[in-house]
Design a protein around this ligand. Sequence first.
Ligand code: MTE
Ligand code: CO
Length: 428
Amino acid sequence: MSRRNKQSSETDSAATRRQFLKSSIAASGALVAGSSIAHAKADPAIAYVQDWTRYLGDGVNAAPYGKPSEYEKQVVRRNVEWLTASAESSVNFTPLHELDGIITPNGLCFERHHGGVAEVEPDLYRLMINGLVEEPLVFTIDDLKRFPRKNQINFLECAANSGMEWRGAQLNGCQYTHGMVHNVMYTGVPLKILLDQAGLKTNAKWVMAEGGDASGMNRSIPMFKALDDCMIAFKMTGEALRPEQGYPARLVVPGWEGNMWVKWIRRLEVGDEPWHAREETSKYTDLLENGKARRFTWEMDCKSVITNPSPQAPLKHKSGQTVITGLAWSGRGTIKRVDVSLDGGRNWIPARLDGPSLDKSLHRFYYDFDWNGEPLLLQSRAVDSTGQIQPTKTELRNARGYNSIYHNNAIQTWHLKKTGEVENVEVS
Ligand code: MTE
Ligand code: CO
């Protein structure tokens, strides 16, 4: 009999057993010196014969497309009610506090749509290159797969990530304050190869990328970037792009603001000047104190955040051995260093970078320490390979004023309380 069938006949004894386990763990109090880990003799759960050892489990193919454990149901994208004018023009957020390493699982990548998810039929998909080219071309998805392809791991960060925090601490959770970022491996064809196929005219200086969704989103990409490391991707972390990420093909613009990564891409028009599209004039520009706006702020600045502990991921122990972890990234290169502060930025200690250190990708950092159980003001500060240091909120506001939303890369502060709970705060 499988465990699942057995469950209905589970009797009171199981509940009693769980009750017993709870009270015996609480009563034990026997700790291994220097940590808050139980002595082997003090936790009877290790010796208990659990149901999963007594009954056969599900056979193979119970879930032809695998899903996470049923105990991981809280690991989901979430939205913020008041940020959602309509579901079609909205955003949800990556649960950064539930993840580790540097890769974002496909089903957890935040979504940002201006006109809903286009349901593109792959057989009817077309990508056109026109404008200042020798020969305008139209590619099918199968055509795209006949060109030499490459793989690269890149973060995509929406320019509006952390935007709600510009004027003060607001949202309680790194999912909401920093969750408009994801990091996957893209497989696709370098844009250079496709542009070369069409043949660039000598005055070709810009490429306008246009989406095939109802919003018809378009952005101007300077030619130097288009020929450098952009690609038309059709796979993310090995499998086809998800519909919400632009299936069957999207533009990848490493290190640059997410808005330029046009999804459901249908057209690349080559020109000799930028298009001044809505998304690069009234939107995705930064109003300064003097009334002028910064434009074409493409690169995402050096940034980091502590993902654990954080408001949605409080500490469960009261003191002792503790892991602080987080993510750091820069649109200009790799991350050279991350420092952590426990006292709101007065003192800094180098964190440990672990895992691959890739260009324009998320980096994982850890700080392992002995928590004395007292309240702390946790911060992280990243330095990238160009030497750019993540600014404080005060430094950012001194340079750019109070009117901005986009490109907030300021240092985030979490107030860790004695109870282990964590709150989003600001220090001056
Ligand atoms: N492309 C199209 N065609 N339509 C869109 O609404 N949103 C842009 C960009 N590309 C958008 C688009 C914005 S603002 C961002 S931040 C990213 O896609 C989000 O990508 P994601 O949904 O894969 O996270
Ligand atoms: Co965006």
